[in-house]
Design a protein around this ligand. Structure first.
Ligand code: ATP
Length: 737
């Protein structure tokens, strides 16, 4: 049993069973303290063997009283360990010693013993100490009767059961204080009934409606219809972008709606509705109808907790969930636990989605208007953009996660508009949610992506979600097509699209402690740093199979950074650590530390960032500007969390953010345009550009050494160029294609 699972089962601390068939294993009642339970354990086992009446917990003290004449009762710990008597073991015949030590060796090395000890609130650290001392104690405790029983037993589980009873008695007597302390600690991290954290929601009679279906099937449309028809409502979405879309469309259609995200608070006078990112949703404010979008994200390893919280905590009479059917069994289980009614409405896709069996044979030279190329790294996205723009003449929009939502929206609008030359989109998986796009064909650049340091296959549900963007209702195309750049990826694409959504499952819902939980936990461990508290909370959390503890790497990273900042309360640390700081970027991390330090000193927090003057001219410059924008965005986020007078620069930060976004948009427009320079990092050629004659070539056969020149930036950012010979030009074209 895994330690957490064992801890979860700890309320039923088992007493040892009889070594032979007699009687069923005894379970200690939930209320019974484990030390009481175990105090009876060893004796109980041997007594039952002998047909004596079962001993009760109440009588255990008496039996423990060290009556060595009572053959099955070992001497108490005090008696056996402290009295300093010679061990009865030392005078035994060699063969008996061998058998008895064999039992003890097997017991000590058995994997199950430590897990069972956890059920008695013996943690792993204490277990090591206890198991080391147990052997000495046991050999001293060896009565004639116990010895006879052990010698009689084969070397299997019956002997282990018997020894475990004695181990329990030993550890719970000798380490009483430690066991109690651990039990109290574990009780503060009992997360098995998180729905009870929300008293308002539990006092209501809520109805849950699950809109289940594939992409582009009208799930969100129907849920939003219910929300806007109600006197009051809230939309909870996974992205700022989606929250902004719903805010705009509600207000445009006459439903007054506020916007609340980490970085925005837009209040509309007389608004009855709110559109927010799911982390920002209130569990206090009553509304008639709530919509939770992309409910399958309840299983997301980092953000799943926000969906669990919304589903269990929203104070809404009616809750509409939109998503694929993969989370349905889990939601059903959670609804049952809350005693709430669940109705399911199923949907089919509006338009057909077909696989184009001819993968992109001529590479990106053969893209067409309405194509969306999906790649999973920023570098690939810009390489592909440049290759397409320079080999086809189409203008390319890009969408990826690090672009601010305003820019993603802006790029989507450019791509959707019929009257411009932006006909092709190159995007990351960020297009999987939230954008209505005029896509005819999705082309997967690859079906692998880096997760941390490892290349992993893209998941089936992600392939489905992204592919489903093609041929969307209300777009120009009444059917969607999907294919891959490489032939080798085609079988996986087919397999993913053929997998029914019902076969995918979201096994468990994410959880993350509310501040109150951490506060209680901190009360048990007053000496621990905040980062250690978070780690230990995750380690000790008691969960059943319905929930898992969300990954908290970034939170712990920030908590460690904050350990250098004194004078912050636990609550301040908790909120600071949940800030959207890009911990992989040292500039963001150092800005975070600067903001937190100023705040801790009680001086107004300043945003010392100079306004950029010109648009980025290369992907590298754009990346730099994205990082600057993330810092500005972090400042704005903090300014909404903490007292406004501590962040006096909120308004100027918002203006700066807007200015940076405009420059980035301008930069995106220029980067990779025909005739512009082609940049290369390191040594690999990514494309060749016909800059001298501005002639657009579509196949390697047309290449002639007269026409081509190659540009790149060297390691120090200097631009260099040289004319390509025919062979290099052709290999450049092959790379480009
Ligand atoms: N009954 C309807 N009348 C008009 N338009 C509709 C209707 N149902 C859905 N649509 C439109 O079809 C498109 C897809 O609908 P919707 O966004 O609700 O699908 P979905 O299943 O939630 O898709 P996804 O999971 O991909 O977001 C949207 O543009 C939506 O406005």
């Amino acid at each position: 049993m895994a330690p957490k699972a064992a801890a979860a089962a700890a309320e039923e601390a088992p007493a040892p069973q009889t070594p032979r068939k007699r009687g069923r294993p005894r379970k200690v009642p939930v209320e019974q303290a484990p030390e009481e339970a175990a105090a009876t354990a060893g004796q109980d086992a041997t007594k039952r063997r002998r047909g004596r009446p079962r001993k009760t917990a109440a009588s255990s003290d008496k039996l423990q009283g060290g009556n060595n004449n009572s053959p099955a009762a070992p001497p108490s710990h005090q008696q056996s360990v402290d009295a300093g008597e010679a061990s009865p073991f030392s005078v035994l015949p060699r063969e008996e010693k061998r058998v008895l030590l064999g039992h003890l060796n097997r017991f000590e090395s058995s994997a199950g013993v430590q897990d069972r000890a956890l059920e008695l609130y013996v943690n792993s650290q204490l277990f090591q100490t206890a198991i080391n001392e147990f052997r000495t104690w046991m050999l001293r405790a060896l009565t004639d009767d116990l010895r006879a029983v052990l010698l009689e037993l084969p070397s299997g589980s019956a002997a282990q059961e018997l020894l475990f009873g004695y181990f329990a008695q030993f550890v719970l007597t000798k380490f009483k204080k430690e066991v109690r302390a651990y039990r109290d600690l574990v009780k503060t991290v009992d997360l098995r009934q998180p729905h009870l954290w929300y008293p308002i929601a539990r006092s209501m009679k809520r109805r849950i409606i699950y809109h289940a279906g594939p992409t582009n099937s009208g799930k969100t449309y129907h849920a939003l219809q219910a929300m806007t028809a109600a006197p009051s409502g809230v939309y909870c979405g996974p992205l700022r972008l989606l929250a902004m879309e719903i805010y705009d469309s509600c207000n445009a259609n006459g439903t007054y709606c506020n916007l609340i995200t980490g970085q925005e608070r837009k209040e509309v006078e007389g608004a009855s509705h709110t559109s927010c990112t799911i982390e920002m949703t209130s569990t206090q404010k009553r509304v008639d109808v709530a919509v939770i979008d992309e409910i399958q994200m309840i299983g997301d390893e980092q953000r799943g907790w926000a969906w669990t919280r919304a589903l269990q905590g929203l104070a809404a009479n009616e809750i509409h969930l939109c998503g694929d059917a993969s989370a349905l069994p889990l939601v059903r289980q959670m609804a049952d636990a809350m005693g709430e009614e669940l109705t399911v409405q199923s949907y089919d896709r509006f338009t057909p989605l077909a696989i184009e069996e001819r993968y992109l044979r001529r590479g990106y030279a053969s893209v067409q208007p309405g194509d969306c190329v999906v790649a999973f790294s920023r570098r690939d996205i810009f390489d592909i953009k440049q290759i397409i723009e320079q080999s086809t003449g189409y203008r390319v929009c890009v969408v990826y996660g690090a672009l601010p939502p305003e820019m993603r929206r802006n790029q989507a609008r450019l791509f959707n508009a019929p009257d411009n030359s932006y006909d092709v989109l190159v995007a990351s998986d960020a297009i999987g949610m939230g954008l209505n796009l005029n896509i005819r064909r999705v082309i997967f650049h690859t079906l692998h992506k880096f997760e941390g340091n490892f290349k992993q296959p893209v998941s089936v549900s992600q392939i489905k979600q992204i592919a489903g963007r093609a041929g969307r209702r209300n777009s120009q195309y009444n059917k969607g097509v999907v294919t891959c750049l490489n032939k080798a990826d085609m079988p996986r694409l087919r397999e993913a699209l053929d997998t029914p959504l019902e076969d995918l499952s979201t096994p468990a819902a994410g959880l993350f402690p509310e501040f109150e939980h951490l506060e209680m936990f901190a009360g048990q461990l007053p000496e621990e740093s905040f980062a250690r508290l978070l780690t230990r909370f995750g380690e000790e959390a008691r969960l059943d199979g319905t929930y898992f503890f969300c990954k908290q790497d970034s939170v712990i990273h920030l908590a460690k950074l904050l350990s250098r900042v004194p004078s912050l309360t636990l609550e301040e640390r908790y909120h600071l650590c949940n800030a959207p700081c890009n911990t992989r970027d040292p500039r963001s991390a150092s800005a975070f530390l600067h903001f937190a330090s100023q705040y801790a000193l009680g001086v107004p927090v300043t945003l010392d960032i100079a306004e950029p003057k010109k648009a980025p001219a290369s992907p590298e410059e754009l990346r730099h500007m994205e990082a600057v924008h993330q810092i500005v965005s972090l400042y704005i986020w903090l300014s909404f969390r903490f007292k406004r007078d501590m962040y006096p620069g909120q308004q100027s930060a918002m203006r700066l953010s807007e200015r940076i976004i405009n420059l980035m948009a301008e930069g995106l427009h220029n980067i990779g345009a025909p005739g512009s320079l082609v940049f290369e990092q390191g040594k690999r050629a990514v494309a060749v550009a016909n800059v001298r004659h501005n002639r657009i070539l579509t196949s390697a056969n047309e290449v002639s050494s007269d026409y081509w020149e190659r540009y790149w930036t060297d390691g120090r950012g200097r631009r260099k160029s040289y004319a390509l010979d025919r062979q290099s030009t052709q290999s450049g074209m092959q790379l480009a294609a």
